[in-house]
Design a protein around this ligand. Structure first.
Ligand code: HOZ
Length: 433
């Protein structure tokens, strides 16, 4: 038995499903999750001493690679001054200033502890602002595990086959309306049928949680226009895309200004952080400036702020990071496409910058039902073949992959080679695990 196997056996007796977040359990790909001991640059190391090239990067935040020196140093410096005060700090002001400079649609921002907290608070303030109850979300988009979002949810909920979670009250579910991603006509119909009742439309401008799905030309613009016409607050969930697709996130890349933006793990450089922010007239409703309540002892935690500030300062001062991230994404997916062609597989690859997914389906993937047409058993075989070759992918077909700038051209070539071999193994139908 490997050390990971031993740890997993014990974990299952102590933690539901043996993990603290469902996708990690490897349920949809089979086998035993790897228990990770450490990571540096482009590599992960498991408890059995094996090294893997990283294509998850903590689901996004490790844009600069693991344990990036300036971030590590900032954390080391910060811990000498204690770990939490539950009182305001200079670093929170610096963080707010940096975020509002890098993402111009954010005029005011409130720090929280995770993307889930950020989205929950963002819809509350949107409801407070509009005096309306309903919310439109898109099938397959995932906005954390707040009750309102566990309707047609992506990510782990989609992977586990539970997009509509038990435990969400009928009343909450009734306030959440859903539309297929990229379907503007469906949004228009929902708005017409729920006249003056919709507080907010929330979406991932580039979806990472049903695999990587891109907005079709005109879709984001159309949603923006509909929100303006109907007095609806537009919320971009940039937990995965913020500071990754561009300095100013997907909204900079597509030139669309949302009313509110939610941010997550990336702004903590991997530490547990989230934030929501946007138009000052909306954010001024948040307590104590206004009556919409939201609070937290660990919000703006000094260690998390220090890590996040070090990473965001680096991104702000080094625009070449984004050129490199785009080049890495292009090179990898060009190599993956060549591998598919060689294997005679007409599968689909979606990519934007450093986010991409190889979907095991012949269909173009533009929404939840396209993504669901994937051959998940084939993905499981492919996943394990890649792992055998030292490449660590997201253990689900329905997640985006994320690269870091630590991925050198040599490593990219290794990943491309592993992909080619793994596609062949996948086709033989025998899992290597
Ligand atoms: N739901 C997360 C990605 N979309 C996975 C979180 C984790 O397992 O860490």
């Amino acid at each position: 038995m490997t050390t990971s196997e031993q740890l997993f056996e014990k974990a299952k007796t102590l933690i539901p499903g043996g993990v603290n977040s469902p996708v990690r359990a490897f349920r949809s790909v089979g086998g035993t999750p790897l228990f990770i001991k450490s990571a540096k640059g482009p590599y992960l190391y498991d408890e059995d001493g094996r090294q893997y090239i990283e294509l998850i990067n903590s689901w996004g935040p490790m844009i600069l690679g693991h344990a990036f020196e300036p971030v590590e140093k900032a954390v080391r410096d910060a811990i000498q001054h204690s770990f939490s005060f539950g009182a305001p700090t200079r670093k929170e002001v610096e963080m707010a200033e940096l975020i509002t400079n890098m993402v111009p649609s954010i005029e005011q921002v409130r720090m929280v502890n995770s993307g889930t907290e950020a989205t929950m608070a963002a819809i509350r303030v949107a409801r407070g602002f509009t005096n309306r109850d309903k919310l439109i979300k898109f099938e397959g988009c995932y906005h954390g595990h707040g009750d309102s979002f566990l309707i047609a949810a992506g990510s782990g909920a989609m992977t586990m086959g539970i997009p509509d979670s038990p435990g969400v009250t009928k009343a909450t579910a009734a306030d959440t309306l859903t539309a297929p991603f990229n379907d503007l006509a469906a949004v228009e119909t929902l708005l017409a049928n729920n006249h003056n009742q919709v507080a907010a439309i929330i979406l991932e401008p580039v979806v990472g949680n049903m695999g990587c799905v891109l907005p079709e030309p005109g879709f984001l613009e159309g949603v923006r226009t509909l929100c303006d016409q109907h007095g609806v607050v537009l919320i971009f969930d940039e937990v995965m895309t913020g500071f990754r697709l561009a300095k100013g996130g997907a909204q900079e890349r597509f030139g669309i200004k949302p009313d509110l933006t939610t941010l997550g793990k990336i702004i903590g450089g991997g530490m547990p952080v989230g934030a929501y922010g946007g138009r000052a007239d909306i954010m001024q409703l948040v307590a104590p400036a206004g009556p919409v309540y939201q609070a937290g002892t660990l919000s703006g935690n000094p260690i998390a702020m220090s890590a996040g500030l070090a990473m965001l300062h680096h991104l702000n001062e080094h625009p070449e990071v984004y050129t490199r991230l785009d080049a890495i994404g292009e090179k990898l997916t060009t190599g993956f496409k060549a591998g598919l062609q060689k294997a005679g597989l007409p599968y689909t690859i979606n990519q934007l910058g450093s986010m991409f997914t190889l979907f095991m389906t012949e269909r173009p993937v533009a929404n939840f039902s396209d993504a669901k047409s994937c051959d998940v058993a084939a993905f499981g075989r492919y996943f394990h073949a890649m792992l055998e070759r030292g490449v660590y992918l997201a253990p689900s077909q329905f997640e985006s992959l994320f690269t870091s700038i630590a991925l050198t051209d040599d490593l990219i070539d290794q990943v491309i080679q592993a992909n080619e071999e793994s596609l062949l193994v996948m086709m033989t139908g025998s899992p290597e695990r």
